[in-house]
Design a binder for this molecule. Structure first.
Ligand code: FES
Ligand SMILES: [Fe+2]
Length: 375
């Protein structure tokens, strides 16, 4: 059941998928205030584990300091080197790769080689720039603004649903890929099932009938639910879900907290996907896959879990590759298009997303007037 019964306007113009000004505005108004799912707790499980990212033109270092997760700008206050160029690793101390300055969990300096050469100590220029880190189940989120809402408030419509990234579901793999297209092309593709027959003829095969499609459209969030066909694969997967001690819902859910945080779920798996702009016409797409481990233990349950792990990995990669085949063509088309575009009712989540982009990029809404109390 779609909310709209009439086609909708394509609210974004083609130049909004190519322009530098639009890209800058989105970084500022959509991405700066957002929380970004960057890692899973198991990737930072041991003290000293670290990961680095290039997030929205900002080099980030995420590290476990004796159980506390911290995010810093991956830039040293001494002479501006990146603290490390490694994508991941484990070190006893956080030490800059250039001259060996060391930093503690608060970003303050520890051991400084030949410290007397820096007397008197410039306290104002000795701390790492720190960013907020919060977790939702096993997902680790980072925020680039010093203030703004907590992760829980930001994820409000999905907070409870997304507690399942962990517990009965285990992180299986994370992968990312750069694409030569604007980030909104990837996001919009994920918001509609209309492309299924052309792009996924072997995996999803066809889109669900309208009676079997539910959309929820709110200001910063949309979702899609369907019940996949009850074919042999679905019966097999239901059998495995029961064997692992989980209830069978038979539901597929796709939920997006705008601008970019996307959770997709079936009973056998959970995906957390996120697309980040890396320029006006380039982006990076990151996927974290979780597979059902369930509550049963023993060799049989372990075997079922291992089987589900391999199958869900193969299918998720396959679907990812199929979608990847169209992004560049859409971008090239955008750059040459004289059309204004159109959005069908099956694609109504896109209209909603585009409304969000235009609204938020217009900047902060006016503050309410305060009534003057006359003298
Ligand atoms: S630049 Fe980091 S210690 Fe010198
Ligand atoms: Fe797709």
């Amino acid at each position: 059941m779609f909310t709209n019964q009439h086609h909708l306007q394509h609210l974004l113009r083609p130049d909004q998928y190519t322009s530098e000004a639009q890209y800058r505005s989105e970084l500022r108004h959509l991405f700066q205030p957002a929380w970004h799912p960057l890692a899973t707790k198991d990737e930072l499980a041991k003290p000293g584990d670290f990961l680095t990212f290039d997030l929205l033109e900002t080099p980030i270092l995420l590290r476990n300091f004796d159980g506390k997760l911290r995010a810093f700008l991956n830039v040293c206050p001494h002479r501006h080197s990146k603290l490390t160029d490694k994508p991941r690793g484990n070190t006893e101390r956080l030490r800059c790769q250039y001259h060996g300055w060391e930093f503690n969990a608060e970003g303050g300096t520890g051991k400084i080689p030949d410290a007397k050469a820096f007397r008197p100590w410039d306290r104002d220029n000795s701390c790492l720039r720190q960013f907020r880190v919060e977790t939702c189940a096993d997902l680790v989120f980072v925020n680039l603004s010093d203030n703004g809402v907590s992760l829980r408030e930001w994820l409000d419509p999905v907070w409870d649903e997304w507690q399942c990234y962990g517990g009965a579901y285990r992180h299986t793999t994370t992968w990312e890929c750069d694409f030569p297209c604007n980030w909104k092309i990837v996001l919009e593709n994920s918001l509609e099932s209309y492309h299924i027959p052309e792009v996924h003829p072997k995996t999803f095969k066809e889109f669900s009938a309208e009676e079997n499609s539910w959309h929820e459209l709110t200001e910063n969030f949309t979702s899609y639910k369907t019940i996949p066909p009850h074919d042999f694969a679905a019966r097999m997967s239901n059998w495995m879900v029961r064997r692992l001690g989980q209830p069978v819902t038979n539901e597929y859910w796709h939920r997006v907290r705008h601008p970019h945080t996307t959770g997709a779920s079936l009973d056998v798996m959970r995906m957390m996907q996120c697309v980040f702009p890396t320029g006006p016409t380039t982006c990076r797409y990151r996927s974290m896959l979780f597979t059902l481990r369930g509550t049963r233990r023993g060799p049989f349950a372990w075997g079922v879990y291992r089987f589900l792990r391999s199958i869900s990995k193969i299918v998720a990669h396959q679907v990812f590759r199929e979608d990847a085949t169209i992004y560049e063509g859409v971008q090239k088309g955008m750059e040459a298009s004289p059309h204004r575009g159109v959005v069908g009712t099956r694609e109504e989540r896109i209209y909603h997303f585009q409304e969000y982009v235009n609204r938020e990029c217009a900047g902060p809404r006016e503050l309410p007037m305060i009534a003057e109390h006359g003298a």
